[in-house]
Design a binder for this molecule. Structure first.
Ligand code: UDP
Ligand code: MG
Length: 334
């Protein structure tokens, strides 16, 4: 029976050609002092894995000597690729550039400032080998100031986990490994790099977390300050909207518009009642204004929802995008 089924069923999986087993992507912005040691440690660890690999350094418009340091490394190692961005675009675009140029079946991203220990890489690969699609690092014992770094990070992580339903502890760290097909469908906007596991989960990927060491920054300084807090907040709103309502925006805007519409109608009826039975000249000016405002808001919000529905169709249909993802298909041979 098993043989018969084998004969008639063909397992159709999306065929992808990968040139190497692992692509390591490192975004770099003014990290000239860290790069030589980082390269050496990455090379030692990756050589030890006994798999085909490539090292992709993305120079995100550094203004120090990072470019020269990378070129020297490039000329001495044919497994190294260097992507030079024309200017400083930010970490998310730098990672995107790395993903676009990666040819590995597994893509691992690691910061270039030596805060992440390359020696942890084998544990990421082990988890991917176990079958997980995304492996995310949870920094233990972070050696950064509590008030300006760890506390905002704790709050942001807690909020993102609640909003996304993905129960991991550390979204902010870029030290992560992915099965390549998971990131190939993900486009990164703004500073959405911290949401990659969330976006991945949204297309059905399995996500696991491992604990890693974290070192203090030895050279240079962090490229981010407290200014990122409002950006993370607004990114969270975008993410929640994208995750839940990106294919059905009217389901969120419709009820909000209707809520204002109902208040407007109720106030309007009350004003009409006062006018008819008590000859009141359209109630007080305040309730008349509120009534008109609510009705106006209702129309605005519902029409925005309808426009958003139209945009969703343009977004998916113009790019031939699917509203679902397929792991594999079972089909009869014809
Ligand atoms: N980075 C980048 N472009 C930027 C800012 C940062 O490529 O515009 C890189 C940076 O060189 C480092 C990583 O992203 O390799 C993390 O940056 P940083 O250490 O400043 O962030 P933090 O660890 O403080 O969150
Ligand atoms: Mg850092």
């Amino acid at each position: 029976m098993a043989g018969l089924i084998k004969g008639v069923l063909a397992r159709v999986e999306e065929k992808k050609e990968y040139k190497v087993d692992i692509s390591v992507v490192v975004p770099l912005f003014n990290e000239e002092e860290s790069v030589p040691e980082l390269y050496k440690r990455l090379k030692d660890v990756l050589d030890g894995l006994k798999r085909e690999y490539e090292l992709i350094f993305v120079n995100d418009g550094s203004t120090d000597n990072t470019r020269q340091v990378l070129e020297d490394i490039f000329h001495g190692d044919n497994r190294v690729k260097v992507i030079e961005l024309r200017m400083n675009f930010g970490k998310a675009p730098a990672l995107s550039a790395g993903f676009d140029n990666a040819t590995g079946a597994i893509i691992l991203t690691i910061d270039g400032d030596l805060q992440d220990c390359p020696e942890d890489i084998p544990r990421f690969i082990e988890k991917i080998d176990e079958g997980f699609d995304v492996v995310s690092a949870w920094r233990m014992d972070r050696k950064e100031p509590f008030l300006t770094r760890r506390l905002p990070s704790l709050i942001a992580n807690w909020c993102i986990a609640r909003l996304s339903g993905l129960d991991i502890h550390d979204f902010g760290n870029a030290y992560k490994a992915y099965r390549a097909e998971v990131v190939s469908g993900i486009k990164l906007y703004g500073e959405h790099h911290r949401f990659i596991p969330v976006l991945a989960k949204n297309i059905g990927a399995s996500v696991v977390e491992i604990r890693v060491r974290n070192e203090p920054r030895r050279h240079g300084q962090s490229k981010y300050g407290l200014g990122r807090i409002p950006r993370v907040f607004f990114d969270m709103i975008t993410m929640k909207f994208l995750l839940t309502y990106s294919t059905r925006p009217l389901h969120i805007l419709g009820p909000i518009g209707s809520f204002f519409g109902l208040i407007g109608v109720f106030l309007g009826m009350r004003l009409a009642y006062l006018k008819i039975f008590y000859g009141d000249v359209l109630g007080t000016k305040v309730s008349l204004s509120v009534c008109v405002l609510c009705l106006f808001l209702a129309v605005q919000i519902i029409t925005s929802g309808l426009l958003a529905e139209l945009l969703v169709r343009v977004y998916y249909e113009s790019q031939g995008k699917k509203t679902y993802t397929v792991r594999c298909k079972l089909e009869h041979d014809t």
